[in-house]
Ligand binder design. Structure first.
Ligand code: ATP
Length: 450
């Protein structure tokens, strides 16, 4: 783990997320479910904006990538072929004294349950067992009989839904190699040491794309996607100095991978640089294994050259929740406001990610101001997510919107009712423009795109 020079804002963010309705602990009234989180009204918009941005750049804007939405439950043979039944394990150690369970390969990051909390194994009373393999897949049963023949798994990654549909998609869309299949969906992993808010959870969403290429052209495409994906994170506003590549080498490189890089983001504090996305050259491992286990030919027929082959796969795999956390951490600021005693907390989210794009205020609740403000909010709502607020001082209303990342606040005052103009305040520069209410839609359109 690389050390970070960025501040640790995680505790403040967790509290803001709960207070303002971004993210709640799952089943909180029952004491919470371990490392599962619910997205509240603002959180669901934020995560949806992030997923939409991914879908737009990976599918809509390209003619060589198509979409898919495969089921979570798959034939159990899938997971034998993929290697997950045999090998999707983490080394687990138990402590006989404190009953804690830890990942043997992450002991340095773990804390023993005894107080004062130390690295497991460090205190005199610690009694760690030998590591044993723990499979991370959640098991359940399909149909009414609970027996091993009806065991199914909650998918631990979305990728396999793409591999098993390779020929269905290729033949129905008449795509030619090179082309890709993208999907967004839930994945489940029974992580031993989840934590750090939505960074590592047991239920999460992945945005994965498998790009099928001719063997021999794979490294070229690997480099292409590596650059493309870094650029995407930057385009959403993640600071360049908080992003870097981490190359998998030696034992870190999965046995089937021909090359692998992670994109890491600096989450600040002790968490520091951590993976948010993996870019992998998986060769023909996956299609080869599914061909073997299903006894169905999965070869691609290259008509112009009259040859058949199993394509190689370049995979890009990014967590929607982990990226949402990166966006929040990256955007969180506490600032002084010139000319004011009280500072402000602001989420400087890129407008494309902001859950609410504009808030409309009536300066006071009289003289026709609320009516005009409500009318403006109603008109704008046809085009953008808009909030209407008439309670508290204007300063307080600005603070509330800054804290959830709303890029623009529109105020209707006494003058507005007479001349049809309003003030628009920019979240980042704090500058105010006075414009005609009828020009608001174009004004916002111009500024919300980037
Ligand atoms: P890690 O080493 O952090 O466990 P991984 O290498 O197992 O991750 P991949 O299998 O490559 O991760 O998954 C691709 C992406 O899915 C990760 O980069 C991450 O963004 C996301 N992801 C994986 N596991 C989790 C999890 N438990 N909670 C949230 N997101 C996850």
């Amino acid at each position: 783990m690389a050390a970070s020079t960025q501040p640790d804002v995680m505790d403040k963010l967790v509290s803001l997320c709960k207070r303002r309705g971004f993210i709640f602990q799952s089943s909180e009234i029952y004491g919470g479910t371990g490392s599962v989180w619910d997205y509240g009204p603002l959180g669901v918009e934020l995560k949806k904006n992030l997923k939409d941005a991914w879908w737009r750049s990976m599918v809509r804007m390209r003619d060589d990538v198509v979409g898919l939405d495969a089921a979570i439950l798959m034939h159990p043979r899938t997971w034998e072929a993929s290697g997950h039944v045999a090998g999707f394990t983490d080394p687990l150690v138990d402590c006989k004294t404190c009953k804690g369970r830890f990942r043997a390969d992450k002991l340095d990051d773990a804390r023993c349950l005894q107080k004062p909390s130390k690295r497991p194994g460090e205190a005199e009373q610690c009694q760690l067992t030998e590591p044993r393999s723990f499979n991370l897949m959640f098991k359940t049963f399909m149909g009414p009989v609970e027996e091993s023949a009806s065991t199914v798994y909650l998918r631990p990654e979305t990728a396999q839904g793409i591999f098993v549909n390779f020929l269905n998609v290729q033949q129905s869309t008449r795509q030619k190699v090179p082309f890709g299949i993208a999907q967004i969906g839930k994945a489940f992993r029974n992580e031993i040491t989840p934590g750090n808010f939505i960074f590592r959870t047991r239920e999460f969403e992945q945005m994965e794309m498998q790009f099928f290429v001719e063997p021999g052209k794979d490294m070229e495409w690997f480099e292409y996607w590596k650059a493309e994906r870094m650029q995407w994170h930057q385009s959403l506003g993640l600071a360049s100095d908080r992003l870097h590549y981490h190359q998998h080498e030696g034992s870190e490189l999965a046995h089937y991978a021909r090359a692998a890089f992670d994109i890491e983001f600096d989450f600040g504090g002790t968490l520091g640089f951590q993976e948010i996305e993996g870019i992998h050259n998986r060769g023909d491992f996956d299609l080869g294994r599914h061909q073997e286990y299903s006894s169905k030919k999965l070869e691609y027929f290259d008509q112009p050259n009259n040859k058949r082959y199993l394509p190689y796969v370049i995979e890009t795999s990014v967590g929607a929740d982990r990226s949402t956390l990166a966006a929040l951490v990256n955007a969180y600021r506490e600032e002084e406001v010139p000319g004011e005693d009280e500072g402000r907390t602001v989420l400087a989210l890129k407008p494309v990610l902001a859950p609410v794009k504009a808030a409309v205020f009536a300066l006071t609740k009289k003289d026709g101001m609320p009516e005009m403000a409500k009318k403006i909010a109603g008109d704008l709502r046809l085009h953008f997510p808009v909030d209407y607020d008439e309670t508290g001082s204007i300063g307080k209303r600005y603070r509330r919107q800054d804290e959830v990342g709303t890029p623009f606040c529109i105020t209707v005052d006494g003058e507005s009712v007479n001349d049809g103009t309003v003030t628009v305040r920019d979240r980042d520069t704090l500058k105010q423009d006075r414009i005609a209410a009828t020009a608001l839609r174009d004004y916002l359109n111009e500024r919300l795109g980037g």
